[in-house]
Design a protein around this ligand. Structure first.
Ligand SMILES: [Zn+2]
Length: 462
């Protein structure tokens, strides 16, 4: 019988990997890196429970590193591909994996220099060459038409509204002449947001895997523009800077869009806006290029007013010198990756700006347990960066409205899109409070057979 094994994002939000087996063939859906808690991160270093040489194909829901970042390890351990994804996801994955390798190398170098690593000498999880080897295996498939991978597997994507190219996948699995349908929600985005189309639910599933990131929470109802305007005005009055650790893909573009709208409406002063992340700059270009992802509002804005992601004084800093130059600007907005402050250039800005009470740090997305972003959100008075303690005196603000993930009622709205109840529903990609709350709600409101997926659990696909 066809089988499914949860190799990641089970009881946690990172490391998405689901192995589907049928007719002696193996398909891995998503191949993400574990992030956050050390116990999880160590899994990136351990051997995968399944020999990568025996996996025939990989299929990606979207390009985020917690869904693609393990690919270089998979390939280094003998996987020979292909790796399927739609055109936008292929393009983004190229950018994100190259960047991820760069970060791994940089972190290892930094650790070597500062002498705080436990490896001697510190090793990167993978190198730029490893990432390139993985990227050579990428194969574009149609965005929304069915695509036959093999006699056993056929897949079809539905817009997930999470980031550019993001999809929910409907996978038809055939064994011994019997076909069963597995739906992978991927990361579900939000409804009626700037830039991207609304999420679309695949119509039917025998087995459903649904993400649960915000299963226990609603996003605040208030207007995100109002909250952003208040913050920027408050910080500008005290001549400080707003540092925004932002996911380079998606959040940076949404923020640029909102900042531009506030500037056009005269609701905030026109401050220098630094996009300090080479990857965010490239991703911004990609967002503008992939029109099939654009919502009507975004298209209209572009037709009427030109580039909707171009603020009055936006400065894209690609080089390290340009990045260091930001230190001389007291009052400004700094958008820089990574989004949970686990790495990237934003760390330098945090070291510099956190100790000064004039500044603010805006946390604009989900902050996983064990990350610096979570520590800041929970009111830490001190955070460790590059092996040193940095005092936190800056104002810390969370804006959950900016999340790229559906809130609780949006998850239910997405589930309501299924024409009939799945035989089995597994909740994945959530931390225990979110998983438990959503499971309870689904049982209570929909009376579905719902389970919380466990790491390394294997289930038969009926
Ligand atoms: Zn994602």
């Amino acid at each position: 019988m066809a089988r499914l094994t949860f190799l990641g994002a089970a009881g946690t939000v990172t490391g998405s990997k689901y192995l589907v087996e049928a007719g002696g063939k193996r398909l891995l859906v998503d191949c993400g890196l574990f992030q956050g808690e050390k116990e999880l991160r160590l899994r990136n270093w351990a051997a995968l429970p399944v020999d990568p040489k025996t996996i025939d194909w990989v299929m990606l829901t979207h390009a985020h590193i917690d869904h693609t970042g393990y690919l270089p390890r998979l390939v280094a351990a003998g996987f020979r591909g292909p790796i399927f994804a739609n055109p936008a996801t292929c393009e983004l994955t190229r950018i994100l994996l190259a960047d991820s390798a760069h970060l791994q190398e940089e972190d290892a170098e930094h650790a070597a220099y500062k002498g705080y690593s436990k490896h001697a000498p510190p090793l990167p999880l993978y190198t730029a060459e490893d990432a390139e080897a993985a990227l050579r295996l990428l194969r574009e498939i149609p965005r929304s038409e069915p695509f036959r991978i093999s006699p056993e597997f056929s897949v079809r994507g539905y817009d997930a509204g999470h980031i550019v190219g993001s999809a929910s996948l409907e996978l038809a699995v055939t064994e011994n002449g019997r076909t069963t349908t597995v739906v992978f929600s991927g990361d579900i985005g939000r409804y009626d947001q700037p830039i991207l189309n609304n999420p679309r639910t695949p119509p039917r599933a025998d087995t459903l895997l649904c993400e649960s990131t915000y299963g226990d929470r609603e996003h605040p109802a208030g207007s995100v523009s109002d909250a952003l305007a208040e913050l920027i005005n408050r910080v500008a009055r005290r001549r400080g800077a707003v540092v925004i650790p932002a996911f380079a893909v998606g959040r940076v573009q949404t923020l640029l869009y909102l900042i531009r709208q506030l500037e056009l409406a005269g609701r905030i002063p026109q401050l220098p806006t630094f996009v300090d992340s080479p990857m965010a700059i490239t991703a911004t270009e990609l967002y503008l290029a992939h029109r099939e992802d654009h919502s009507l509002e975004f298209t209209r804005e572009e037709q009427n007013n030109g580039d909707p992601l171009d603020t009055h004084d936006v400065r894209m800093t690609r080089t390290v010198e340009e990045s260091k130059g930001i230190n001389d600007v007291a009052c400004c907005l700094i958008l820089s990756a990574s989004g949970m402050a686990t790495g990237g250039r934003v760390l330098h800005h945090l070291v510099r700006r956190l100790p000064d009470a004039r500044n603010a740090v805006l946390l604009a997305g989900f902050q996983a347990a064990g990350t610096r972003g979570r520590q800041l959100a929970e009111g830490a008075k001190m955070v460790k960066i590059y092996g040193e303690f940095v005092p936190v005196r800056a104002e810390i603000v969370e804006l959950h409205q900016l999340s790229a993930h559906a809130g609780q009622s949006e998850l239910l709205r997405w589930l309501n899109g299924l024409e009939s109840p799945p035989k089995r529903t597994f909740l994945v990609h959530g931390e225990p409070p979110g998983l438990n709350a959503l499971a309870g709600l689904i049982r209570q409101r929909k009376n579905w057979n719902v389970e919380i997926a466990r790491y390394a659990q294997t289930v038969e696909l009926a």
